[in-house]
Design a protein around this ligand. Structure first.
Ligand SMILES: Cc1cc2nc3c(=O)[nH]c(=O)nc-3n(C[C@H](O)[C@H](O)[C@H](O)COP(=O)(O)O)c2cc1C
Length: 222
């Protein structure tokens, strides 16, 4: 499956079966986490068969079930690190999707008190990604109109359009799509946050998506 197909088939999944992640699938996932750690300078810690993080009222209310496997992304709490958590987290999520696994980025609806992750030297938990075999494949999210998500003058270049198509497939906190891509001077793209929860992580995810669609050679981020 190519990147676009993986992005199209990825939806947040909160209910998982009891099937364990093991064998070659597990080894490939671990290799992807190592690669994400090397590129981002963050920790991508995999917890398997850990029932505590999602054993709380808010998780049950949202509908999480058997969310016993998750990746804790840990590092110093800077905006750049939050963006990297989203950017390289997306690389992991798409690899998981290619392995037949399902995922969900989670910023808030779990128990920080009960979860087993560890931080040291001023590090913080930047985000969690649940991973496992979904009971379903999830459903596509609703999109804002594209006019709200980008700004350009004249005709929209095809590469920019493709970048926007991919960006609109990205998961965003509460599906609020709090971002805007601004095109100026032919090939200069500015990615601007528009507030909201988990701003940095969301922006990193959207950046990864846009870049994959637009093609890195066609533009520069300014
Ligand atoms: C940074 C971030 C944080 C999120 N936090 C939560 C969360 O705390 N609880 C939850 O159930 N879903 C969470 N989500 C999942 C979003 O609700 C979901 O991505 C959005 O509704 C779009 O749906 P989709 O992922 O199926 O495309 C989060 C997503 C992102 C990107």
């Amino acid at each position: 499956m190519d990147t676009l197909q993986l992005m199209k088939s990825r939806h947040s999944v909160r209910q998982y079966t009891e099937q364990k992640i093991e064998g070659e699938t597990l080894e490939t996932l671990k290799a992807e986490l190592k690669s994400a750690e090397e590129k981002s300078g963050l920790k991508f810690c995999l917890y398997l068969d850990e029932p505590y993080a999602f054993d709380c009222h808010i998780s049950r209310k949202i509908g999480f079930k058997n969310a016993n496997n998750y990746i804790a992304i840990i590092g110093k709490k800077t905006f750049e690190n939050e963006m990297n958590a989203g950017y390289f987290g997306t690389q992991v999520v798409l690899k998981a999707q290619s392995l037949g696994l399902n995922t969900c980025f989670v910023g808030g609806t779990f128990s920080r008190r009960k979860a087993k992750y560890k931080t040291e030297n001023g590090e913080k938990l930047l985000c969690i990604i649940t991973v496992g075999y979904g009971e379903t494949q999830g459903v596509p999210h609703k999109n804002c109109s594209i006019d709200k998500l980008c700004d350009f003058r004249g005709d929209m270049p095809p590469w920019f359009m493709k970048g926007m198509d991919y960006a609109m497939l990205a998961p965003t906190a509460l599906n609020k799509q709090k971002f805007r891509f601004i095109l100026r001077n032919g090939n200069e793209v500015k990615l601007v946050p528009r507030g909201g929860a988990c701003k940095g992580v969301t922006l990193g995810i959207v950046k990864y998506h846009f870049e994959a669609g637009a093609g890195k050679g066609n533009f520069v981020f300014v």
